[in-house]
Write a protein that binds this ligand. Structure first.
Ligand code: FAD
Ligand code: 2HG
Ligand code: ZN
Length: 485
């Protein structure tokens, strides 16, 4: 059983970490106790901000001895309340934001060893300086950290070509729940020494250990890119277009993001300085990006030809290719601002779902109609990574509903959506993780084999339950007959 920290432990931690690494000041803590969407608010006796792996190991050893829970936190951009401590207090917040060293970055090994607190956009810049890039990006790149991205197995808008974090992490250094340091940073292509701890820690949401550094794969920098904004009448047409672009452009197609008219309208209404890329109105839009390496011809001609043919055949309704980097960035800004616009607009029940890619267009259409019929006044806004079979199937509250809608009505909406996803053989968490938001739904819907194995792994590697309790692993509390926090 986990315990709250004693005064003696807090004094020891304060002395070891110094004023930069330890605070109990409410003004320092408050911004980090609420999640990005403002859905969860937690409490913590202190925030610990170590600057080295040795300090993290010492913190974990001290806390393990007293069974005090730790909640690791990077940029706090979790979409599932994963980095928010439990509301009843008792846990310590462990911020990795001071561990910001890029220990090495090489265009020979095509890799970067980053500490957990390195912000994604900083890695992008550092890689660009040596003619390389880290091919994973997302709207929160200005705040999300390497530790958080690893721990959520983040996806984003380039998964189509380069995969999720799982395929980009070549090595990991982590502090395990007893304070021991797992040094798996060397990027071995072949290593059969048993269970793959690196893959186990990726996507573990801090429930098995604290990621202190990662060895990340880099790829050659882009020579040129071509970014198109396309109007279509259906998601099915969008998927057919993707398959056609793959035939004409091969794996030059890096991003293929679906944006419904409703999402575009929200962005235009709430995000200053945005404007619609096309003149007319279209039920659906796609933002597609194709790239070419340095020295190779720009993909623009091939993309333009493919889109021209699709237009002639009536597969798409309209399209524009960005004529400058500034215009390309403006298109991306619209896509990346959907979450922010939706947040400003009001409450929404958020779902991060995946089904078989080929089944997604029909699934989206059918599920949206079913939800809106079953819960009158709600409005579905499904957008995102169509090429990965992953959309954010968010259900906006009826006009005028207040935040209480999230507690009172949204859970039933969520169960309805997740039942449909489960019937379709899909996943209720494609890229954001489980955190605290999806815990009860995972417990309700995951098959017993998966749940049993997850619980056994958690129990074996974190026997005292001090690593981010109440997240990811639904532990059944037999005494209370409910999910243990
Ligand atoms: P945090 O939010 O701080 O933490 C996330 C989880 O990881 C928590 O469970 C936390 O306890 C754990 N954790 C953090 N650091 C460590 C560590 N060092 N060791 C162990 N555990 C740790 N996600 C996507 O996958 N794709 C998207 O396209 C995407 N777009 C987004 C757009 C916006 C506008 C926002 C706000 C979020 C988006 N996200 C997306 C979600 C989020 O950005 C990612 O999940 C990201 O990986 C979280 O990084 P972070 O540093 O903010 O982690
Ligand atoms: C995205 O793809 C993110 O923009 C956030 O994963 C999705 O806000 C959301 O639901
Ligand atoms: Zn996403």
């Amino acid at each position: 059983m986990a315990n709250p920290p004693s005064m003696q432990l807090l004094e020891t931690l304060a002395a070891r970490l110094g004023p930069k690494g330890f605070t109990r000041d409410e003004r320092d803590l408050t911004p980090w106790l609420e999640d990005w969407r403002g859905r969860y608010r937690g409490a913590a006796a202190a925030m610990l901000s170590p600057s080295t792996t040795a300090e993290v190991a010492e913190i974990v050893r001290l806390c393990a001895a007293e069974r005090v829970p730790l909640v690791p936190q990077g940029g706090n951009t979790s979409m599932v309340g994963g980095a928010t401590p439990p509301a009843q207090g008792g846990a310590l917040l462990l911020s990795l934001r001071r561990m910001t060293a890029i220990r090495s970055l090489s265009d020979v090994s095509n890799s970067a060893v980053c500490e957990a607190g390195v912000i994604l956009s900083r890695l992008h810049e550092a890689a660009a300086e040596v003619g390389r890039r880290f091919p994973l990006t997302l709207g929160a790149r200005g705040s999300a950290t390497i530790g958080g991205l690893v721990s959520t197995n983040a996806g984003g808008t380039q998964v189509l070509r380069f995969g999720t974090m799982r395929s980009l992490v070549q090595g990991i250094e982590a502090v395990l729940a007893d304070g021991s340091v797992f040094d798996g940073l060397t990027p071995l292509k072949k290593d059969n020494r048993g269970y793959d701890l690196r893959q186990l820690l990726i996507g573990a949401e801090g429930t098995l250990g604290i990621v202190t550094a990662a060895n990340l794969k880099l790829v050659p920098a882009i020579g040129s890119r071509s970014v198109a904004w396309i109007g279509l009448s259906s998601a099915e047409a969008a998927l057919r277009l993707l398959r056609e672009l793959e035939v004409s452009l091969g794996d030059a197609v890096e991003s293929f993001e679906l944006v419904p008219e409703t999402a575009l309208d929200l962005v235009l209404a709430h995000v200053v300085g945005t404007r619609a890329p096309l003149g007319g109105r279209h039920r659906w839009h796609v933002l597609a990006e194709a790239t070419a390496p340095a020295g190779a011809p720009s993909p623009e001609a091939e993309l333009g030809k493919a889109l021209g043919e699709a237009l002639e055949r009536g597969l798409i309704e309209d399209a524009v290719i960005a004529s400058s980097e500034a215009q390309a960035e403006a298109f991306w800004r619209i896509r990346d601002s959907i979450s922010e616009a939706e947040r400003k607009d009001g409450p929404a029940a958020k779902h991060d779902i995946s089904v078989d890619v080929a089944a997604m267009p029909d699934f989206m259409t059918g599920a949206a109609a079913a939800v809106e019929a079953r819960f009158p006044g709600t409005r579905v806004i499904a957008f995102g990574h169509l090429g990965d079979g992953n959309v954010h199937f968010n259900v906006r509250a009826p006009e005028g509903a207040g935040p209480e809608w999230l507690e009172e009505a949204a859970p039933e909406v969520t169960r309805f959506v997740h039942d449909l996803v489960t019937e379709a053989g899909g996943s209720i968490s494609a890229e954001h993780g489980i955190g605290q938001m999806r815990l009860s739904e995972l417990a309700r819907l995951a098959d017993p084999a998966r749940l049993g194995a997850m619980r056994a792994i958690k129990q074996a590697l974190d026997p005292h339950g001090i690593m981010n309790p109440g997240k990811l692993v639904p532990l059944f509390d037999l005494a209370q007959g409910s999910l243990a926090e």
